[in-house]
Write a protein that binds this ligand. Structure first.
Ligand SMILES: Cc1cc2nc3c(=O)[nH]c(=O)nc-3n(C[C@H](O)[C@H](O)[C@H](O)COP(=O)(O)OP(=O)(O)OC[C@H]3O[C@@H](n4cnc5c(N)ncnc54)[C@H](O)[C@@H]3O)c2cc1C
Length: 447
């Protein structure tokens, strides 16, 4: 099944994709399967794995190569974040639902850790946790409320004041933090390729360079590509931010472009200047968070904060030079000790966000046989990796931790131009809140 390389230069899309595997052959002709999975990121590959475990015949199709989407381009923070943040989650939902969602988030992290071990995936996973950090006392209240909600729901975690942060060796820019010990940081490219290998070994058929051009509900359901078709009982849509291109589930979420950067490797004396000996992943308490982490080759990888959305189904370029400049400025402000460390690479990818920030896992189509698992709001390493379990439970009509996402009132995304206006309004509001914090910092002359 090995074939020619992809039509797109995958290796330039992110550092994690620098050495992609040879792609699998495209779909040619007719194929029968129990389930066709559209998309081979974490959601699609995890679906293939769990459906194969149930003995079902699975065909996975990707328009490019597995990992082409966000799964091969993300920042690699394995976190229990579900929804926007803990305080918002507890404001939006009752106790029982919040408890269910938090349990799902924890189960999803354990699932990733289990998969890494079970399939012997060498992905530089460091179970060092992630720190939600303030950069100014104006954000301390958010950190304290996060810790308070976590305690209320019995989630393990630790509130760290400045002296505790210093004791742990957290870089000086951060003034208070809440440590989520479950999870850590990993190389998402290696993790993705490990899942791809495991899915192939489990007997899933993977067709790359096979864009799906149409899905009909059946019976049997038919998934069409330019070169062939799969006839099946069920379809799993695992295309996340690319879903609107399938002309399905249009009002579910908004496609948002997120950018990251990485520096040159830090020399030992540069590393010493910032300490960071626990290597925790860090994301800030901004409304539009900043993320920072160390990589296994001692670079700083960071980004997010400046997000963009196109109008309608319009697709934006992966990176915007203005966002690159703004991200570099933020890096210089947060790590003034590293003024001599160059930023080497910028890249970007799309996330998919529902208006309540929660993933969408469910059924659609006239016969309810078209399942979907999408919209992880930028927290999909854990949740998209658990998508396979959730869609399998749905398909086999079983209860499971994913039930926490079912039967909730869902806010539909409005059609254009309201969608674009709503996005602009919301991001401008979040940016204004964050600017108050960032300006207070520069006014104080700290950063
Ligand atoms: C810059 C960035 C940073 C992020 N950082 C983090 C982080 O630190 N932690 C975290 O938890 N999450 C993070 N995320 C989010 C996380 O990467 C995603 O939630 C997750 O990868 C989603 O996986 P997926 O499989 O659902 O979608 P994707 O990985 O996007 O996969 C969708 C697949 O569908 C394929 N496809 C699309 N259209 C078709 C078609 N017509 N036919 C066939 N195939 C098709 C695509 O080629 C793609 O491979 C980040 C995302 C981005 C973009």
């Amino acid at each position: 099944m090995e074939a020619a390389t992809s039509t797109v230069d995958i290796s330039s899309l992110s550092p994690w994709l620098a050495a992609p595997p040879r792609s699998q052959t495209p779909l040619r002709g007719e194929l029968e399967a129990d389930v066709a999975v559209v998309g081979a990121g974490f959601s699609g590959l995890s679906s293939a794995l769990s459906l194969r475990r149930e003995g079902l015949r699975v065909a996975v199709l990707d328009s490019q190569i597995a990992g082409y989407g966000a799964s091969g381009r993300n920042a690699g923070h394995l976190t229990p974040t579900i929804g926007k943040d803990l305080p918002s989650l507890s404001r939006m939902y009752g106790r029982a639902r919040v408890r269910g969602l938090l349990e799902l988030a924890e189960v999803a992290i354990s699932h990733v850790e289990g998969a890494i071990e079970k399939h012997a995936i060498d992905c530089d996973y460091e179970p060092v946790g992630n720190l939600i950090a303030a950069v100014h006392p104006k954000q301390h209240d958010v950190i304290d409320r996060t810790a308070q909600v976590a305690t209320e729901f019995g989630i393990p975690g630790e509130l760290l004041d400045r002296s505790a942060l210093v004791a742990r060796g957290i870089p000086a820019t951060f003034t208070r933090g809440y440590l989520e010990p479950h999870g850590g940081i990993l190389d998402p490219g290696k993790y993705l390729r490990g899942l791809r290998r495991a899915a192939l070994e489990a007997g899933a058929q993977l067709f790359e360079n096979s864009p799906v051009t149409g899905i009909s509900d059946g019976p049997p359901a038919v998934v069409e590509t330019a070169g062939g078709r799969v006839r099946c009982q069920h379809v799993v849509i695992a295309t996340n931010a690319y879903t609107p291109q399938l002309s399905r589930l249009d009002s579910v979420a908004v496609r948002i472009q997120v950018q990251l950067f990485r520096t040159a490797p830090l020399r030992p004396e540069q590393l010493e200047r910032i300490d960071w000996r626990g290597r925790e992943g860090i994301y800030t308490a901004h409304e539009l968070l900043e993320s920072f982490r160390l990589t296994s080759d001692q670079r700083i990888l960071g980004g997010s904060k400046f997000i963009r959305a196109g109008f309608g189904k319009g697709i934006l370029a992966d990176t915007d030079p203005r966002v690159c400049r703004r991200l570099e400025t933020v890096f210089r402000q947060r790590f003034p000790e590293l003024a001599d460390v160059p930023v080497e690479q910028h890249w970007g990818g799309p996330i998919y966000m529902s208006l309540d920030f929660l993933p969408r896992v469910g059924r659609s189509g006239a016969r309810g046989n078209i399942l979907h698992a999408i919209a992880y709001a930028g927290h999909g390493i854990a949740q998209a990796s658990y998508a396979g379990e959730m869609v399998t439970d749905l398909l086999l009509e079983r209860d499971g931790p994913g039930s926490a996402l079912q039967s909730r009132w869902r806010i539909p995304v409005p059609p254009e131009p309201l969608r674009w206006l709503a996005f602009q309004g919301l991001t401008r509001y979040f940016e204004a809140v964050d600017r108050r914090v960032d300006r207070a910092l520069t006014a104080r002359g700290d950063r």
